[in-house]
Ligand binder design. Structure first.
Ligand code: PAF
Length: 324
């Protein structure tokens, strides 16, 4: 299916352009899925890079059937941002939660007010800062559980199917044609009128699995052991109470059942936070348990377990950042 039809392109007056910030595993996966659907080249898809010069880069992608394809992607350097970003109708931000604000700062002022921004990362929080930076643009949020792995800088492999949940957060809505095309390009993607409950549900999985696997240095499946049950239950219970204070009503029993389903379904995997700690990288803890603690403080709620998990991961990070 073509990403966007010629009539739709005419309807939005210029050749539509989708720009991606972040060429990590998820950024490259989304680029490949959009490009595969864009066989008529009716839309231009590029990456925004921080360095000055623009360049072309050959990107290899291995799909779930182990078939590899290579595409030449445009990486727009800051010398060409002014001209290129003005034509961008959708900016998809695929960097880590803690990089979102810094990545958007120099870019957002160059976007047309008609551009729409989509944040796609683990955790919650940056949307609150980004909504204050908007210059008329609309903002949507999303989460994906598609598995992708970087085999090398420019070679990404899809490692698992998964759902992608997207939805509007604030400002003007995403152009209907681009929205439909996005949904038809990304397998198992869905649009939710109310995206925040979906993101809080995903957060419940992450507040339990991510720090626990990193602290206990284990695969997701080992968290099924009874010794971890109290901490998992307490972390998720605190999250549900904080979400309720934010007027997001979640079913606590359902959340805990879902956490244990994910533990089972991903039993053999190491969580993203386990991998970050293992490779001595900065983790996304601030946007996961840190976000629950931040919201709990705002509403005067107890989030002792999330505070403890946040403190444990922060201590692990400090241990290795002091060494480097
Ligand atoms: O961050 C992760 O690793 C994943 O979101 C999840 C679902 C916890 C599985 O490992």
């Amino acid at each position: 299916m073509s990403l966007i039809s010629q009539s739709a392109a005419d309807e939005i007056h210029t050749q539509p352009q989708i720009s991606i910030v972040g060429a990590g595993a998820v950024g490259q996966l989304i680029y490949q899925q959009l490009s595969t659907a864009n066989n008529s080249n009716a839309v231009s898809i590029n990456f925004i890079r921080r360095t000055e010069t623009s360049q072309q880069q050959s990107l290899t992608f291995t799909n779930l059937e182990q078939q590899s394809t290579t595409r030449i992607a445009e990486f727009v350097g800051s010398n060409d941002w002014t001209h290129q970003l003005l034509n961008t109708q959708l900016l998809i931000v695929c960097v880590k939660a803690y990089q979102v604000v810094a990545a958007l700062k120099p870019i957002i002022k160059l976007l047309s007010p008609n551009c729409h921004i989509l944040l796609l990362h683990n955790g919650l929080g940056p949307h609150l800062d980004v909504s204050k930076m908007l210059n008329g643009q609309g903002l949507s949020l999303g989460t994906t559980s598609q598995g992708a792995l970087k085999k090398s800088t420019w070679h990404t492999q899809q490692t698992g199917q998964g759902v992608t949940q997207l939805g509007h957060f604030t400002g003007p809505m995403l152009h209907e044609t681009i929205k439909k095309s996005l949904l038809s390009s990304i397998p198992q993607s869905q649009w939710f009128e109310d995206i925040l409950p979906m993101l809080w549900q995903k957060l419940a999985i992450n507040v339990a699995i991510n720090p626990m696997t990193a602290i206990h240095d284990c695969r997701n499946g080992e968290l099924a052991a009874s010794q971890y049950r109290n901490t998992i239950t307490a972390a998720v219970t605190e999250l549900a109470k904080v979400a309720a204070a934010e007027s997001i009503m979640l079913d606590l029993e359902g959340l805990i059942t879902r956490v244990y389903q994910v533990i089972e379904l991903t039993a053999a995997n190491y969580s993203s936070m386990h991998q970050d700690v293992h490779h001595q990288r900065k983790t996304e803890i601030e946007a996961i348990n840190g976000f629950v603690v931040q919201m709990a403080n705002r509403h005067g709620k107890n989030a002792k377990t999330n505070e403890q998990l946040l403190a444990n991961i922060t201590a692990l990070e400090q241990g290795y950042s002091n060494k480097t």
